[in-house]
Design a protein around this ligand. Structure first.
Ligand SMILES: [Ca+2]
Ligand SMILES: [Ca+2]
Ligand SMILES: [Ca+2]
Length: 221
């Protein structure tokens, strides 16, 4: 066999070995799928599981998911499905992500939910099913106020996070939002659903009447 062919085979073998190791080592999150009509995703990376089965960990977990940027161009949920392999317990993950508001509206709140499936097929996670936002200890980071901007108050329950106490204005970018998720064994995937929260359409009725009104009248004719 030619030397360069041998070298090529060796390199491919090493590369495959790394890929296989990464997948097996994951023992938690192995990959993700992106579903959304209202945002574009710049990039997401999942670090190999470095501290498997570290449920009840205090502080920032070394198991990290990094979503570089979600660029919202409309109001609605963004679903990211994470595929899971069993690790022999529950692994805590620290999620860090950038969020850009390009919706033309100021957001008074931001909502994150855990569940399964996507779009109209999304089903909310239930209490006690093992998938949760670091319940019941809640002793790991939740931060939606990077640099002292955006949301100063965070309410966390098992399957919901509401970030409030501020405004994420149109055309602003949050370098990071941080939250922690407990990923259990026995599931093949789960969904992190995120939605900007804006006032009900009724609140805009007076403002938008001059724009929407004629259109509605035309539709009713
Ligand atoms: Ca924790
Ligand atoms: Ca749950
Ligand atoms: Ca936990």
């Amino acid at each position: 066999m030619h030397k360069s062919t041998k070298l090529y085979i060796a390199l491919v073998t090493i590369a495959l070995g790394i890929a296989t190791t990464t997948t097996l080592h994951a023992g938690g999150l192995s990959s993700f799928t992106w579903h959304s009509g209202v945002a574009s995703l710049a990039s997401t990376s999942i670090s190999p599981l470095s501290a498997p089965n570290n449920d009840d960990a205090i502080g920032a977990s070394p198991n990290i998911v990094f979503v570089t940027q979600k660029d919202y161009v409309g109001i609605g949920p963004v679903d990211i499905i994470f595929n899971v392999t069993n690790s022999g317990g529950v692994s805590e993950y620290l999620f860090t992500e950038g969020v850009y508001n390009n919706t033309g509206l100021n957001w008074p709140a931001y909502h994150i939910e855990l569940g399964f499936g996507f779009d109209a097929g999304f089903v909310k996670s239930t209490s006690g099913d093992g998938l949760d936002f670091d319940s019941p200890d809640f002793n790991s980071p939740f931060n939606f106020n990077p640099g002292g901007s955006f949301f100063s108050s965070v309410t966390v329950t098992e399957d919901d996070v509401y970030a409030t106490g501020g405004v994420m204005a149109n055309l602003t970018f949050a370098g990071y939002f941080r939250f922690t998720v407990d990923v259990p064994d026995g599931i093949t995937s789960f969904t992190v659903r995120q939605s900007p929260v804006v006032p009900e359409p009724g609140s805009f009725a007076i403002l938008s009447c001059s724009v929407v009104g004629p259109a509605l009248l035309r539709r009713r004719k």
